[in-house]
Ligand binder design. Structure first.
Ligand code: PMP
Length: 461
């Protein structure tokens, strides 16, 4: 058997998960129940090693926004490889795709007054860059005590030490403690589950006021930045009330605190606006970007900063250099694919499609909720949607994290030809942004059957 040239489906199945550890999973579980081997992709569909077809309702990991195996992106890769597969951006060198992409991003981010970009290899990297630049900004500005970062409970900001310390979900933090000092958390505006109110506006005011008090408690002159996702993704698609982000911007301005929007998932159209924060009419000081920037075809992250932040680096200060960067910063292949990808996002107006098809998806999910009591809440914006399942709709009693329902649903959907994600009691739906209403109907058919089967098993149990 020639492993390098052509591993057969039988070889792959025999070796599946024997040597590989999978992110965010228990190796014992993946050994007993090996992962699906995704071997081929086309548009909104992928195929496993046996050729079975699946509707990809998660765009791999919220990121394959233009769909799988787009010829335009394949061509961009080949053309770039023909010229130069890789060169570094350290030591006084750069490359054409990185320069062109920086110009395109600044053009796309004119409404946010963004001025500079520093590339990296993914979302976790982009957030580390954001935290480091925020701290450095205050040192250059003569306020070196401004080092603290405030984040939201339930937020997800990646797996490096900074992002993990900003993350607000239990096991991602606890397993790897001690975390980085100087990271603090406030409540997220979670309408379906909060101790205060069912009123959107009131919740927005309460949560923004909590941020205000947290900054005052820490001492505004010690707080560098507040970071949040415009819509919390991995935490369960928590869509903040309309007034929340504008109020957060006001609170940050009142105390001079930088506002970092983690747009790793929400950037480039997923929420129905080109950027998630734009949907709230809010201009962050720093934005972390990844995933949809090149639909995940080659790893890429980017941290963009506005004029206010960038201007500090114009100062004659011993720390006003960039003492940060990755070997793959400005990777030419990743940037070339991003250029081709963003052309599609703009020409096909994928944010508008996400808004239109997302509204339809949400309407169909609400119809499903009317006849399926397992569904406690349906929420989302654009093609970033979640269904929160409950044992009892009146009391909103959640399923225990150990309840087998999630596994049953994911497997049931797969058996019926659809990939979806289940996390902490929520079904997450984040398909490619090229989804059509016909794809939504296909997904709803599978989801409806899968939920009905799980509900009858739950009643029988
Ligand atoms: N921020 C957010 C909001 C994310 O959802 C993710 C990953 N899903 C990250 C950061 C980390 O990105 P990566 O996995 O590319 O490091």
């Amino acid at each position: 058997m020639n492993i390098q040239a052509n591993p057969s489906p039988n070889f792959l199945k025999a070796h599946n998960a024997r040597h590989l550890w999978h992110p965010m999973g228990d190796p014992k579980v993946s050994e007993a129940d090996p992962p699906l081997i995704v071997a081929r992709g086309e548009g909104v569909y992928v195929y496993d090693a046996d050729g079975k077809k699946y509707l990809d309702c998660v765009a791999a990991l919220w990121n394959v926004n233009v769909g799988h195996n787009r010829p335009e992106l394949q061509r961009a890769m080949i053309e770039q490889i023909d010229q130069l597969a890789y060169y570094a951006s350290f030591m006084g060198t750069t490359n054409p795709p990185a320069i062109a992409l920086s110009a395109l991003l600044m053009e796309m981010l004119v409404p946010e007054n963004m001025a500079r970009v520093l590339f990296s290899s993914g979302g976790s990297d982009a957030n580390e860059t954001a935290f480091k630049l925020a701290r450095q900004y205050w040192k250059i500005e003569g306020q070196p005590e401004r080092t603290k970062i405030i984040a939201l409970k339930n937020g997800y900001h990646g797996v490096h030490f900074g992002g993990m310390s900003a993350t607000g979900t239990g096991p991602h933090r606890r397993t790897y403690e001690p975390l980085v000092p100087g990271f603090f958390h406030v409540e997220s505006p979670y309408l379906y589950r909060n101790p205060w109110t069912d009123d959107h506006e009131e919740l927005g005011r309460i949560c923004a006021a909590e941020l205000d008090r947290a900054i005052q408690f820490q001492g505004p002159d010690t707080v560098a930045a507040f970071i949040a996702e415009p819509i919390q993704g991995a935490g369960g698609v928590i869509v903040p009330p309309e007034n929340y982000w504008p109020l957060v911007r006001q609170v940050c301005d009142k105390h001079g605190v930088l506002l970092i929007a983690d747009e790793v998932v929400t950037g480039f159209g997923r929420t129905g606006a080109m950027f998630g924060s734009r949907g709230w009419g809010v201009k962050p000081d720093i934005m972390s970007l990844a995933k949809g920037i090149n639909s995940g075809y080659v790893p890429l992250g980017a941290t963009v900063v506005n004029e206010r932040v960038a201007s500090a680096w114009q100062k004659p200060h011993p720390l006003a250099g960039i003492f940060h960067g990755y070997t793959y910063t400005g990777h030419p292949l990743a940037c070339a694919v991003a250029l081709a990808n963003l052309r599609i996002v703009q020409e096909e107006d994928l944010p508008a499609n996400a808004a239109k098809v997302g509204d339809y998806f949400q309407q169909r999910l609400r119809e499903l909720a009317d006849r399926q009591p397992l569904i406690g809440d349906v929420r989302g914006r654009g093609l970033m949607l979640a269904i929160e399942l409950v044992k009892d709709r009146k009391t909103r009693e959640p399923f225990a994290p150990t309840d087998p329902i999630g596994k049953k649903l994911v497997e049931g959907a797969r058996a019926r030809g659809m990939i979806m994600r289940f996390t902490s009691g929520k079904i997450i739906i984040s398909p490619p942004l090229i989804f059509t209403k016909a794809h939504v109907d296909e997904a709803i058919g599978i989801l409806s059957e899968t939920l009905a089967a799980a509900a009858s098993e739950a009643t029988a149990a």
